[in-house]
Design a protein around this ligand. Structure first.
Ligand code: AMP
Ligand code: MG
Length: 399
């Protein structure tokens, strides 16, 4: 079987998976990180009325240096019937509606008040410190487009429109399973030659996101009938099933066979290091991913392939869903080219005004500890050596 380059694998996967396209109304308190299913349009102009941008004084008569104080207006006060005549001023606070007749607002630090008279000898500009009706946006404008991932400010924008809830794509249900007779659950005592299952906790943690509803699918033993039963049950209740381990070509690797028996499978040998064996397919409508068991390979294939695919299923745009790379200066030498694209564990730093890429000395595909200290994967193409100072592509991992 020919090795598939990473770019081609990602593009094939992204063309195959589709957004679930079901929506639900989500209330303000649960919106952060969700994906909008429809545009949010302005229900009204913003600002809704001319108002003061400063604590100060509304005046009529730009050529004057003093004005007679007549009234006082705070944010939220009604201004119906209030009218400034030439030579008059009113005390006004930030956010208060501008009374009719106002030509400018003067900041309070620029004036003196003497016996009910406002005095300011600075030149005034017509309309200064006034926030005008609709200067930010007009009713009907799109404020937040469909497929936007909502951040805190976007939630504020939705609230500013008086909306309590908006339609978002529903959360994708994802379950995570581990395969291997050698695996033990953290908290239980290890028997001879067992190891603790780290992939399941790691993948569940990596999937912690407002767009996903994740569940722990437990352990699969290394035998075909029980793997098949467990996969089938997991597929029944989820949009996505993720299995790590058992996806390779060992005698005890049964997950491929189980998936093939239940649905369709693509089994790829990827031209990447780490992470060569990678399988995916479907049981009915459920998308199944078979990840390599080696923890680092599991982590890398999750970030490079699974995460973009499940984000797409949850309604993210392709551009948002795909890994982001930036160019950085290599702070390392990598003299020996490899025949597969490498995802080296390391860090991206911006210490001296430029982005620099560092790699960790331990690059074994079972050495998960390094990943915990990595904020980046440094991408080195196949058949390429790196000399310190070269430009390298870096997949940045924080978000
Ligand atoms: P496999 O892909 O099942 O052949 O596993 C490859 C290597 O990864 C073996 O050394 C396994 O013991 C290890 N491994 C598989 N699954 C896990 C897991 N969930 N947690 C930690 N190590 C694992
Ligand atoms: Mg195994």
């Amino acid at each position: 079987m020919a090795l598939i380059p990473y770019k081609e694998a990602l593009s094939r996967l992204m063309n195959d998976v589709v957004c679930r396209n079901e929506t639900e109304n989500v209330s303000l308190s649960a919106l952060t990180g969700r994906i909008l299913a429809q545009d949010v349009c302005a229900q009204f102009d913003a600002p809704r009325f001319d108002n003061s941008a400063m604590d100060g004084y509304a005046v009529c008569g730009l050529q004057q240096q003093n004005w007679l104080l007549t009234d006082s207006i705070a944010a939220g006060d009604a201004t119906h019937g209030l009218q400034l005549q030439t030579g008059q001023a009113m005390r006004i606070l930030t956010g208060a509606a501008i009374p009719a007749g106002t030509e400018a607002v003067i900041a309070q630090e620029d004036v003196n008040v003497l016996d009910g008279l406002l005095v300011c000898d600075r030149p005034l500009k017509s309309g200064q410190h006034i926030r005008r009706l609709a200067e930010e946006y007009a009713a009907g404008e799109v404020l937040l487009p469909a497929q936007m991932r909502l951040n805190a400010a976007a939630v504020g924008v939705i609230a500013s429109q008086g909306l309590q809830q908006v339609a978002c794509f529903r959360r994708i249900r994802i379950t995570v399973l581990s395969s291997g007779n050698e695996l033990q659950v953290p908290g239980c005592e290890l028997k001879e030659n067992q190891i603790y299952d780290s992939n399941r906790a790691m993948l569940l943690a990596a999937l912690s996101d407002a767009c996903f509803e994740v569940s722990d699918g437990g352990l699969l033993a290394d035998d075909l009938p029980s793997s098949t039963d467990s996969l089938q049950a997991a597929a029944r209740h989820n949009d996505v099933v993720l299995v790590s381990g058992g996806a390779s070509v060992g005698d005890k690797d049964h997950t491929k066979e189980a998936l093939a028996a239940l649905g369709e499978i693509q089994h790829w040998k990827l031209a990447i290091k780490p992470g060569k064996p990678f399988g995916w397919g479907k049981i009915g409508d459920t998308q199944v991913f078979l990840l390599p068991g080696n923890p680092v390979a599991s982590w890398v294939t999750f970030l490079a392939l699974v995460q973009p695919a499940v984000r797409l299923m949850a309604g993210w745009t392709k551009q948002q869903a795909e890994p982001k790379t930036v160019s950085a200066v290599a702070e390392f030498d990598l003299p020996k080219p490899q025949n597969r694209q490498q995802f080296l564990r390391g860090s991206l730093q911006a210490l001296t005004g430029r982005l620099s890429a560092h790699i960790h000395p331990q690059q074994g595909s079972a050495m998960l500890g390094v990943c915990a200290h990595s904020n980046a994967l440094i991408v080195v193409p196949a058949d390429t050596a790196v000399v310190r100072g070269d430009a390298v592509a870096v997949m940045y991992l924080s978000e």
